[in-house]
Write a new protein. Structure first.
Length: 79
């Protein structure tokens, strides 16, 4: 059950980052999606979604690797 919960926790930011990429791609091709009134707003929301999703995933991996002792010394937590 714990593995399933961890998978779901990682799936949500991955979907969010994917949606951000889609919003940015649609903006570059000039396709406006309905909840956004302007293309520039759609692109900004896409960047925000992408960065939040990627940042959460990267933070999770860094936390896991720190716990297992698999990171370079400069990324170790200072005590």
């Amino acid at each position: 059950m714990a593995r399933m919960l961890a998978f779901i926790v990682l799936l949500i930011p991955a979907v969010m980052a994917g949606a951000g990429i889609k919003f940015m791609r649609d903006t570059l091709f000039g396709k406006l999606i309905s909840p956004f009134p302007w293309l520039w707003l759609q692109f900004i929301i896409g960047i925000i979604f992408f960065l939040i999703g990627l940042g959460f995933f990267a933070g999770f991996l860094l936390h896991r690797d720190r716990k297992n002792g698999k990171v370079a010394p400069k990324f170790q937590k200072q005590k």
